[in-house]
Write a protein that binds this ligand. Structure first.
Ligand code: NAI
Ligand code: MG
Length: 503
């Protein structure tokens, strides 16, 4: 790491990310990180991506541009799958199911899934860079979280493929058939892995659709699937918008829908499949409580708060977006939080030193801005570190609100951005009541030195995942999913396998 010494604060994009130190005289030294951009030379991208149906690239009528949200430049065009294209993909998946995949032994299925995982691993760096370019997340996150976790899911479920009768002893089960999978833009490759790996392990065939702003890593995965020699039609990969998703949901030959996205669209999908025999898993929104007790290791908790809400620009369904601090330590926590926020580096997602990247889309930026404005209008106090943002692209400063009431919109609605609402409590009972005062129930965090407090509170909080003295920890072996309007069904672990079988 090289440092440049300056006599005045730097202008431009990185000035906020500089650290000021007094050198004993009136003159201030500003230390700045040297740029550390990840190279994009090794990235192989096409100008135009067709649909991946029946093991081949298939053209369609309409295409849309996918841009880099950090530069607003077009990266490539991707196919917008029509209803006819969806039909073609579903028929290919049905044929592959009947003629090939249902006759492939579990051991052979496992080999294919292992092979996909290994090829992905070889291309890990390329996947990470493309994920960052297409979606705006910091390269250090796509490299250390998105891609390795996606791989881990393929490896993990490959291991289960020929051991299902040990997973579910003394039970009769069979694959479901063709499954439709619809994913969001916050963790494209990882969500695809969460969905495709268990589906294949259980013997199903797949039609999956990426989200509007992030089609590219799924098409890279299509290339891997081709290279792995997976039989044609077992996995079909589409891109498109809500109409493409709806065509998958409504196709009569699709036997199960696995959806991750907004609660609003989740409800639409539930309405459409009501009265059919389609199985459903829904992984929807969240508004997690991250609870800091007065006996918590404060500095660790501060890191947990930062990771909980600013990881992936807060575009995280399980983000710790409501911070509950015990009143006695409120001032300390806020002081430390302010200090820590000032050191977060916002900017070029491809720079290895960047902590907070670009907001995924203009639309999402507008949504965050609107909700933050509502917080200010409702009388909450906004803290944002001073930082200059790049001129092009979509950016939002890491922010937090104090003086928040439980009824404020920013305390109730999913902002899905780098914005934290800080609330307080006096007793564990009050913390639990407040934590549960939400329509959602996906995740939560508890920070305390006392194990007994952890056990007591974990049981009382209505959330699918509760982390204690840590946050945002994932493992393919542990199930993930929600209560209430955060959805139902589980992904990951044995529970995640179960969702892809008929019993
Ligand atoms: P969205 O729920 O509209 O999109 C998710 C996926 O569903 C995309 O692939 C989309 O094309 C598809 N889709 C949209 N309408 C559909 C329909 N009628 N039938 C089938 N599929 C459909 O999410 P969007 O609009 O991108 O984001 C809006 C808000 O949703 C965000 O601001 C955030 O609050 C929340 N969100 C939550 C996510 C989570 O993981 N909890 C993920 C993405 C968004
Ligand atoms: Mg994009």
């Amino acid at each position: 790491m090289t440092f440049r010494e300056k006599s005045a604060p730097a202008a431009g994009r990185s000035s906020a990310n500089t650290e000021s130190r007094s050198n004993g005289s009136a003159k201030k030294s500003v230390w700045e990180y040297a740029p550390s951009a990840e190279s994009t030379d090794h990235i192989l991208l096409k100008d135009k991506y067709d649909l991946f149906i029946n093991g081949k690239w298939v053209r369609t009528q309409k295409y849309f541009a996918t841009i880099n949200p950090a530069t607003e430049e077009k990266i490539a065009e991707a196919a917008w799958a029509s209803k006819d294209d969806v039909n073609r993909a579903v028929l290919a998946a049905e044929k592959a199911y009947n003629n090939v995949w249902s006759k492939t032994s579990p051991k052979e299925r496992a080999k294919y899934i292992f092979r996909i995982a290994r090829i992905m691993q070889e291309k890990a760096r390329e996947f990470a860079v493309i994920e960052t370019m297409d979606g705006g997340k910091p390269i250090k996150e796509s490299k250390s979280v998105d891609v390795p976790l996606a791989l881990a899911h393929f490896f993990y479920y490959a291991g289960w493929a020929d051991k299902l009768k040990y997973a579910f002893p003394n039970q009769d089960f069979s694959p479901i058939g063709v499954v439709g999978q619809i994913i969001p833009w916050n963790f494209p490759l990882l969500m695809a892995a969460w969905k495709i790996a268990p589906a294949l392990a259980c013997g199903n065939t797949v039609v999956i659709k990426s989200a509007e702003t992030t089609p590219l890593t799924l098409y890279k995965l299509a290339e891997v699937i081709q290279e792995a020699g997976l039989p044609d039609g077992v996995v079909n990969i589409l891109s498109g918008a809500g109409d493409t998703g709806a065509a998958i949901v409504n196709h009569p030959k699709v036997k199960k829908i696995a959806f991750t996205g907004s609660t609003e669209v989740g409800k639409l999908i539930m309405r459409s499949v009501a009265g059919t025999s389609k199985k459903l898993t829904m992984e929807l929104g969240g508004k997690a409580a991250n609870i800091i007790m007065e006996d918590a290791p404060i500095d660790q908790a501060i890191e947990g708060i930062i990771n909980g809400i600013y990881f992936n620009q807060g575009h995280v369904c399980c983000a710790g977006s409501r911070l509950f601090v015990q009143e006695s330590i409120k001032n300390t926590v806020i002081k430390k939080l302010k200090h820590r926020l000032k050191s977060l580096r916002v900017g070029d997602p491809l720079d290895k030193n960047t902590d907070v990247g670009a907001i995924n889309s203009k639309m999402q930026l507008n949504k965050i801005t609107e909700l933050v404005n509502s917080g200010v209008e409702e009388g909450c106090t906004l803290f944002q570190p001073e930082c200059s943002l790049p001129a092009k692209g979509f950016w939002f400063r890491p922010s937090f609100f104090t003086n928040v009431a439980q009824s404020n919109r920013i305390a109730q609605e999913e902002i899905f951005g780098p914005v934290l609402s800080v609330l307080t409590f006096r007793t564990p009972k009050e913390a639990i009541e407040k934590a549960n005062n939400t329509q959602y129930g996906l995740s939560a965090g508890i920070w305390t030195d006392k194990g007994s407090k952890i056990f007591k509170m974990v049981g009382a909080i209505k959330a699918g995942v509760v982390w204690s003295n840590t946050y945002n920890k994932f493992n393919p072996a542990s199930p993930f999913g929600g209560f209430k309007e955060s959805g139902f069904g589980r992904e990951g672990g044995l529970q995640g396998l179960k969702e892809y079988l008929n019993f």
